[in-house]
Write a protein that binds this ligand. Structure first.
Ligand SMILES: C[S@@+](CC[C@H](N)C(=O)[O-])C[C@H]1O[C@@H](n2cnc3c(N)ncnc32)[C@H](O)[C@@H]1O
Length: 280
């Protein structure tokens, strides 16, 4: 990503959250508070622009549908289902008694912000690139006492928050932007402490073609221009080998079809981003 600019893909996820929250079939998957956070983050990321107002308009929603159809069809809906599934898993971990909740590359996601007041005995930490995190903190003003922010450039540093264990670490929609050899180091590092890890990766369908299965060259071009191209993909077998070597056990994979279907959704969604859940 560009050194001095908030992640543009994070802005897309937040804007898409607001847009999709207006669709009747997705309304129940985006809480009012998640929608409001997403609106605030888009406003902070695009001060003085028309975008925050446009994403509230029905006609703009149709334009965005068209834009998705020529780049990554069904991307915004996919994000909502990915987030709903990860929130469900995160809540299970909290009920099982984790002591820390770490979100790496949190972007403009509001999960930690919404869960922290509900679980005051758990320490929440958000790590992100300083350029993205600066915008988020500017939008927030205040935040829960049991949540702290730490900046990290994953290109050159490992995420090393001091937290009590067992911890849950979430790395959602992030690792595909980091070189694989660095990702392996990050996974080995997380694997050294007790807890669970939830992360997503682009699952390989065709050799030499990295991305969502229905992604077009226009999306490749946009990502490249924003300096946020997908850098790698992998099969489940390859990821499992890396995780076992890193010290993880009980590894499960949820491909996009499976977690879309868990919420009763199927056709027309972006496919190819698999969720992995692993424990040490
Ligand atoms: C597509 S956004 C995903 C944000 C959030 N996890 C979500 O799912 O809504 C990608 C995130 O990765 C972070 N990121 C990308 N490269 C990074 C790097 N080198 N160091 C730290 N964070 C990075 C960006 O700042 C951004 O927050």
């Amino acid at each position: 990503m560009k050194a001095n600019m908030a992640s543009q893909t994070a802005v897309v996820v937040a804007a898409g959250t607001v847009i999709t929250s207006r669709e009747p079939r997705f309304q129940n998957l985006v809480t009012e508070s998640a929608r409001r956070f997403a609106q605030d983050f888009v406003r902070a990321a695009r001060p003085g622009s028309m975008l925050p107002a446009l994403i509230e308009q029905r006609w703009f929603r149709n334009v965005m549908s068209l834009v998705q159809s020529v780049t990554i069809p069904g991307l915004f809906r996919h994000h909502i289902l990915r987030k709903a599934f990860i929130e469900r898993q995160a809540r299970l971990s909290l009920q099982e008694g984790i002591r820390s909740f770490v979100v790496v590359g949190a972007g403009f996601d509001s999960l930690a912000l919404r869960l922290a007041p509900e679980f005051p005995g758990v320490q929440f930490v958000e790590l992100d690139h300083p350029a993205t995190q600066r915008v988020k903190r500017r939008a927030l003003g205040s935040f829960p006492e049991n949540l702290r922010f730490e900046s990290v450039d994953l290109g050159s540093e490992l995420p090393t928050p001091e937290v009590a264990t067992p911890a849950l670490t979430i790395v959602e929609g992030v690792l595909m932007y980091i070189p694989l050899e660095t990702v392996e180091k990050i996974l080995r590092h997380i694997g050294q402490s007790q807890g669970a890890l939830i992360f997503t990766f682009m699952e390989r369908l065709t050799v030499g073609r990295i991305g969502f299965y229905n992604q077009t060259w226009l999306a490749d071009l946009w990502l490249k221009r924003k300096s946020e191209p997908f850098k790698w993909d992998a099969s489940q077998t390859e990821i499992e080998a890396i995780l076992v070597e890193a010290g993880f056990t009980r590894i499960e994979f949820w491909n996009s079809e499976k977690y879309h279907a868990a919420f009763g959704h199927g056709d027309g969604l972006a496919r190819g981003e698999t969720i992995c859940i692993a424990r040490t």
